[in-house]
Ligand binder design. Structure first.
Ligand SMILES: [Zn+2]
Length: 356
């Protein structure tokens, strides 16, 4: 944590730090204090998962965002918790091998799913959790006035998602420069949210108020999707068909791709359409209108369309509607659901057999 935070944002200004592993069942977990923090190990912590590394990195990271940068945690918790959760996920992703883990028998016995990797983008920012609380609070509301159930997702994870969006939109070098400028400028001082935005704007060389106003000053929800794709035989269409076309004329298709903005948040997105002959077309869209149509005339049908293919907009709360394919994947989905239900049925029968 000290290595990466130090390289990315600025040096840790003290000579020492004390790490305490609280006693088993002491009801203490990870918590930050200046030059000291508690972590939290447990019995049976497999090296293939990120506990206790993740909480250790997080509390160590608070030495920077909270310890050295003294923002008002009561009113703007996102400035320390959000920036730190973003940097925690980024650090864990650099360093530790990690897989999905579940714990059984009162969290005592861990099981590692070695075929499911922990994902910085999705698990590190708890996208699933942010999805359900997306409209509950405006981030700019004083943190102590948040709906209690949305505090973590609004202060910690929503910030992680919008910083990750900026990382992909501006590039890491630019975002890192902005965050480093903020750290250097406000060391041992008390910045406000606008001070952070100013540092990012300076690094980006543009005013990103349109973005900050939506993610911080509003509870805008982002969701883009492909609404419709149609392929029409353009060669065989219209009044002049009988006169000018015959069987040898080249086949032409008119493809219409309708892209919709389902949320109230706006963000520029790319739309990529692939055709049966392998041709690939990219069209940028400013994402402002409720919907837009892209028209293509080509000798092959469109077989797939996707909006935001690089997943720049990490805040998009429903990525499953972002793509369309001409050949349905119903068999794969049906097999997956059937297998899941068979396992449940088997469990049910075994349980009833045990009782009877
Ligand atoms: Zn924290």
């Amino acid at each position: 944590a000290f290595k990466y935070y130090g390289e990315w944002f600025g040096a840790y200004p003290y000579d020492n730090v004390t790490v305490i592993d609280p006693a088993w069942q002491s009801s203490s977990g990870g918590m930050e204090y200046p030059t000291l923090f508690t972590s939290g190990t447990r019995w049976l912590a497999p090296t293939t998962t990120n506990g206790p590394e993740q909480v250790t990195v997080h509390e160590a990271g608070h030495q920077f965002f909270y310890g050295v940068i003294g923002n008002n945690e009561v009113e703007h918790a996102w400035l320390d918790e959000g920036l730190n959760t973003f940097a925690t996920a980024r650090t864990v992703d650099q360093y530790f091998p990690h897989y999905w883990e579940r714990r059984f028998f009162g969290s005592f016995v861990p099981w590692t799913f070695t075929d499911i990797s922990w994902s910085r983008a999705l698990d590190g920012s708890r996208l699933a959790r942010c999805r359900t609380t997306a409209r509950m609070d405006i981030q700019a509301t004083p943190t102590f006035q948040y709906w209690p159930g949305s505090m973590f997702s609004t202060a910690y994870y929503k910030t992680t998602l919008w910083l990750h969006t900026l990382e992909r939109f501006l590039g890491w070098d630019t975002l890192q420069q902005g965050m480093s400028d903020y750290y250097t400028r406000w060391i041992f001082a008390h910045p406000e949210p606008q001070d952070f935005f100013d540092s990012i704007n300076t690094a980006a060389g543009e005013n990103l108020a349109w973005f900050f106003d939506q993610v911080h000053g509003d509870s805008a929800v982002f969701d883009y999707g492909i609404a419709q794709v149609t392929n029409q035989d353009a060669a065989g269409k219209g009044f002049f068909r009988d006169v000018f076309t015959n069987n040898e004329s080249p086949v032409m298709f008119e493809t219409m791709v309708v892209v919709r903005r389902y949320g109230d948040g706006t963000f520029p997105v790319d739309v990529v359409v692939e055709f049966a002959d392998g041709r690939r077309e990219l069209r940028p869209w400013d994402g402002r209108a409720q919907w837009t149509t892209f028209k293509f005339e080509h000798s092959a049908r469109a077989i797939s369309a996707i909006v935001d293919p690089e997943r720049v907009l990490m805040l998009d709360i429903n990525y499953t509607n972002n793509s369309w394919t001409s050949s349905p994947r119903a068999t794969t989905a049906a097999t997956k659901w059937t297998l899941a239900w068979i396992v449940w049925l088997q469990d049910l029968l075994l349980t009833s057999a045990f009782i009877v």
